[in-house]
Design a binder for this molecule. Structure first.
Ligand code: GLA
Length: 393
């Protein structure tokens, strides 16, 4: 078992003086391609990573929820029927609990609402191996672990897609981050060796085998250590620009605009809105192209699509930062087949598709480029596609 598993279990015992009823976990994710397309009803291609968040949990009889975490000093305890009143959509203010606690408490609230259950009280202790603020969805991992635990303990019987929706609702309405559903779906539905091709309008999924190791390749994560938060600033501005663009085009969502429609779009809107639209529309097409190329030719052939995706995020969607551009450029200069920032942007991580025997060479090149630019040292590690959320013990 992982460090996070042991840490969460030990914390539960310390908090309650008893063994947990069970231990559940859910992974972070890397998005291979398809950024800021999810809330535009479009396509994404993420995969779950081996880093996991763990929830050790047990029922209690008094209708109260207590959450604690190895990365926060104090437990937070609330009556189940008072949970809804804590969160921004109800109060119009930020969460009335520390932000980390709004994730598991928001899941408890959203799950109780989704299943019409008046679940029993519960104690939850959380530990995590997923780097926080790195663009690897530590938030979806905490939501997925908590949702899996409560789904079993409360016998709610929700399927994985319904649990992903619960996680997203917690994030949107309890934490107040206007994100899409990609991260929660990746964390719930991940499978070893495969990416999840998700249609964010229908929530239909197909597993797409990646075959990275078989092709003699590896995926390097380059965490810039520039932290970001999607509950503030640029993320919601980008989302608003996309909604504006869709309204101008007279469609429900940018999913309904094709690459061929872009020349018409250019005449209808201001330059900034047009460039936001162009990113989303071309990115949707790149996801479809990546799925086709993976199936027909394998992972070795997708490098140019990753590079084009990064350029679009840097120039049209303007969500990259100098550290992400430096990581991508240094990896490509050191021989990576493709590289791009991953996740919401404004910091976080980039990924590079590299030869399996070039991990050290590329890592050294990226570290050197960061040192030359005067940036703090990046955190570099490889990932393989891993299993989604579930019960560990
Ligand atoms: C964050 C959000 C996702 C998605 C990505 C960008 O990770 O949580 O819903 O919008 O950004 O692709």
């Amino acid at each position: 078992m992982t460090t996070a598993h042991d840490a969460a279990t030990a914390l539960f015992i310390e908090l309650t003086g008893r063994e947990p009823d069970g231990v559940w976990s859910a992974p972070g994710r890397v998005n291979l391609i398809g950024e800021h397309t999810d809330y535009n009803d479009g396509f994404v291609l993420p995969f779950a990573i081996p880093h996991r968040t763990v929830a050790a949990a047990g029922l209690r009889t008094d209708g109260r929820v207590q959450v604690c975490s190895t990365f926060a000093p104090e437990p937070v305890e609330v009556a189940l029927d008072e949970l809804g009143a804590l969160f921004p959509t109800v109060t119009g203010a930020g969460p009335a609990v520390p932000e980390w606690a709004a994730y598991p408490l928001g899941v408890a609230w959203a799950l109780a609402e989704a299943s019409s259950l008046i679940g029993g009280g519960v104690d939850i202790a959380i530990g995590s191996d997923v780097p926080i603020g790195a663009g690897l969805s530590s938030s979806a991992a905490i939501e997925g672990a908590t949702a899996s635990a409560l789904n079993d303990l409360w016998r709610a019987g929700l399927d994985r897609t319904a649990l992903a929706r619960v996680g997203r609702r917690a994030e949107n309405e309890a934490v107040g981050a206007p994100t899409g559903i990609m991260d929660q779906m990746a964390s719930m539905l991940g499978e070893p060796d495969a990416a999840i091709f998700l249609d964010c309008r229908t929530l239909d999924t197909q597993l797409v085998p990646l075959g990275v190791a078989e092709a003699g390749l590896a995926i390097l994560v380059m965490d810039t250590r520039v932290t970001h938060a999607h509950s503030t600033g640029g993320y919601s501005e980008r989302r608003a620009a996309c909604e504006r663009g869709a309204a101008i085009m007279g469609v429900p969502a940018l999913r309904d605009v094709s690459v061929a429609d872009l020349s018409r779009a250019a005449h209808l809107m201001d330059d900034v809105t047009f460039r936001r639209v162009r990113h989303v529309v071309t990115e949707d097409q790149r996801v479809l192209d990546t799925v086709r190329v993976l199936r027909e030719q394998g992972a070795r052939a997708i490098g140019d699509l990753l590079v084009a995706s990064h350029a679009s995020m840097r120039d049209d969607f303007e969500i990259s930062v100098p550290e992400l551009d430096t990581a991508v450029e240094a990896a490509l200069a050191a021989g990576a087949l493709g590289a791009r920032m991953t996740g919401g942007g404004f910091g976080g991580a980039a990924i590079a598709l590299i030869e399996a025997d070039a991990v050290e060479v590329v890592s050294a090149a990226v570290s050197a480029a960061f040192a030359d630019a005067g940036f703090a040292a990046p955190h570099l590690f490889t990932v393989v596609p891993a299993a989604g959320a579930g019960r560990d013990a």
